[in-house]
Structure formats: structure tokens, C-alpha cells
Ligand binder design. Structure first.
Ligand code: PHE
Length: 366
């Protein structure tokens, strides 16, 4: 009893500020959670080393949702009611953020998703924020890229119907591509976790597209690229931020070469803020180059701390107001302005897979 009373104290009274994090540390999208978690930890270490915030040290309580539907609700309930966290960081995947957001909203605990781009996440309510752009923007970016850079006239779209992210991005891409004067010649579905995509890819091939848009996550995308190649579907495949994982190249090998995706930042960008982060991350994690989830995880902590400082409080309602008032926050992934929907307005980058590496192509501003 005494212990839990002390835990409760973290909210306001104790000498630490307890922050909750839920992430996919294991399971199908384990690299998403691992990266964002590593970025989160690095930020907390840096802030604590510099004296913490409001004279207190930050403490992080992390829960693994195993990339599984159902788990986000379990672990976020626990973080709020048992641990008494002042705010929640997470998730990367939109479907999992969507599961947790109503719980944070009902309890009046601010939630900041580092990387969920589906618009519905923040529509849940006024306690839900993100430090990334949203998919209406990302979809438009890739629609214009297909029309203007790939010079594609006919595009096929291959959607993961189990993922809110995939369904949303497919929709926004289609709207943008039609607007750009293009034609959608085939629309096929898969279920995240499927192993055999040959039937749909054969149908796509027979529609003779100039390129195929695959708004999926890296494990499925790698298999799709391999099977497309086996079937002789030799056109550019392209997608969104869900492609970003070293595992895409590890699994996909040759089959992912030359393909394209949009994402949140490029580790080789010529920006002092990016360089400082990349150096610090490499030092902390054995020379590993941080991907965008690592950068966004890192940004989510500084974004929260910036608001705590302005609120001069960790009281959830005050914190919420300060988060909503964020007008110019310098993140590793770019300048963040929070708009009236609690979404970050910021630029996207487009990368190409070249020699097994992600090569920076261009930046697209909102
Ligand atoms: N944007 C994806 C989603 O909302 C998650 C993601 C972000 C994946 C960044 C990879 C990189 O589901």
C-alpha cells in the first residue's frame, strides 16, 4: 500500500517525473519499437545529465505491446492507473496508437505519438498529439512524386487492410494521384503478416501499371518486392514511412533495390541538429545509424519537456495546454508547429534504396 502511494506521488510530489512509453519491442514490427525506444532513452539521458526538468529527473516506464492488437490498451491502462505516469509516449504504428488514444483521452493524460501518421489518431481528442506529419500530406507527397519524378501515368495500389495506416495512406495517395492527372489501374488488398502475395501481384501485373504504390510495413513490403521480382513485375515499387527499417534490405536484398519511399528525416542530411543527434546515437548504440523512428522517439521526449518547462508543471491539464501551444519547436526531424488538430506541420523526405542503403533524394515542404 505504501509503495503504491509513493508511485502515485510521481505525478506531482516525488523527486522524479514519471513518463510512460508503449512500444513494439518484439513481434512483427520490432524494429519500430526498438528504434523509437532507443531514441527516447537517449533523450532522457541527455536531459537528466543536463539537470533534468523543473529540478527533477525524468524516469521512463516502458511497456512492450509485442506488435499485437489488444496489448496497447492493456499496457497503457497499466501505465496510467498503476504507475501514475504524467504523459504517454507511443506508438509508431497508427492502429496501436488508435487503440491507446481513447484511454489517454478518458483519463486526461497527454499522449504523444512519435510516428503515427494516420489523421484519426489525434482526432480522438484534445489530449492526443504527434510530432510527425500526417498521411494526407504524405500521400500527396508520394502522388506528386509518382506523377512528376517517376512520370507514372498508371499506378496500382496494394493495401494492407489490417492496418489503419495502410488504408489511410492508400486513400490519400489515390486522391492526390488522380488530382495530379494520373490513373489508378488496379487496387488490391493484403493482410499484414501474409506470406504469399502472388495472386494479387499477378493481377497487378496484368493491369500493366507504370509503378506500384505499396503503403505497408517493412516485413510485408520485403516479401512483396521479392515476389514482384519473381513474377517479372519490373516497375518501380514505392511506399511511405512504413518501409523504413534496415530489415527491409536484410529481407528484401536485391528485390528492394531501386525502389522508393517517403519518410521523416534523412540521417545524412546536412543539418547540425541531425549530425549532433546521429553522433550521439552512434556513440550510445555501437555505431548504429538512427532511423526515423529513433529520431522521432528522441524528438517526442524533447517536445514533451519543452511543454513541461513552459507549463512549469506536470499537471496533465496544464501540460496539455502547453503542448497545444507549441509554435516553434526545433526537432531533429525538422521544425515543428502544432496546428489546431494537434498535428505537426513539417516536411517529408523521399529516399531511394541504392546498394542496400537509403539514399536521400529530396525534401518536400508542407
Ligand atoms: N507512420 C506509420 C504509421 O502511422 C508508422 C511509421 C512511422 C513507420 C515511421 C515507419 C516509420 O503507422
Amino acid at each position: 500500500i505504501l509503495l503504491s502511494a509513493f508511485t502515485g506521488c510521481n505525478k506531482s510530489g516525488g523527486d522524479t517525473i514519471l513518463i510512460g512509453e508503449f512500444a513494439s519491442l518484439t513481434g512483427k514490427e520490432a524494429t519500430f519499437g526498438t528504434s523509437s525506444h532507443e531514441g527516447t532513452i537517449l533523450a532522457i539521458k541527455e536531459i537528466n545529465a543536463a539537470g533534468g526538468v523543473l529540478g527533477k529527473q525524468l524516469e521512463l516506464k516502458t511497456e512492450d505491446d509485442q506488435s499485437k492488437a489488444g496489448e496497447p490498451a492493456n499496457v497503457v491502462n497499466k501505465l496510467i492507473s498503476k504507475d501514475g505516469v504524467v504523459a504517454i509516449l507511443g506508438e509508431v504504428a497508427s492502429s496501436r496508437s488508435l487503440e491507446a488514444a481513447p484511454i489517454c483521452q478518458e483519463n486526461g493524460i497527454p499522449m504523444i505519438t512519435p510516428a503515427s501518421t494516420n489523421p484519426k489518431v489525434t482526432e480522438t481528442g484534445d489530449y492526443i498529439f504527434r510530432v510527425c506529419f500526417i498521411d494526407p500530406f504524405q500521400g500527396t507527397v508520394m502522388a506528386n512524386f509518382a506523377a512528376n519524378t517517376l512520370k507514372a501515368k498508371k499506378v496500382a495500389v496494394f493495401t494492407d487492410v489490417k492496418s489503419d495506416y495502410s488504408k489511410g495512406l492508400a486513400k490519400f495517395f489515390k486522391e492526390g494521384f488522380l488530382k495530379a492527372g494520373g490513373e489508378i489501374v488496379a487496387e488490391l488488398d493484403f493482410n499484414g503478416g501474409d506470406k504469399d502475395f502472388k495472386g494479387q501481384l499477378t493481377a497487378i501485373k496484368s493491369a500493366v501499371p507504370d509503378a506500384v504504390f505499396v503503403p505497408g510495413y517493412y516485413t510485408d513490403v520485403a516479401l512483396i518486392c521479392i515476389q514482384a521480382k519473381q513474377l517479372g513485375l519490373n516497375v518501380p515499387l514505392f511506399g511511405g514511412d512504413g518501409w523504413e527499417s534496415e530489415t527491409l534490405v536484410k529481407l528484401g536484398g536485391d528485390a528492394v533495390e531501386g525502389h522508393y519511399f517517403s519518410t521523416h528525416y534523412a540521417a545524412d542530411a546536412a543539418s547540425p541538429k541531425v549530425t549532433a543527434f546521429v553522433d550521439a546515437y552512434k556513440k550510445e548504440y555501437n555505431g548504429k545509424v538512427p532511423d526515423c523512428m529513433a529520431a522521432l522517439g528522441y524528438d517526442s521526449v524533447f517536445f514533451l519537456v519543452d511543454a513541461i518547462k513552459r507549463a512549469e508543471s506536470t499537471e496533465p491539464a496544464k501540460l496539455r495546454d502547453a503542448l497545444a501551444a507549441t509554435k516553434e519547436f526545433e526537432a531533429v526531424t525538422g521544425k515543428v508547429a502544432i496546428n489546431e488538430n494537434r498535428d505537426a506541420v513539417k516536411s517529408a523526405v523521399i529516399l531511394q534504396i541504392k546498394d542496400g542503403k537509403f539514399k536521400y533524394l529530396e525534401t518536400v515542404n508542407p
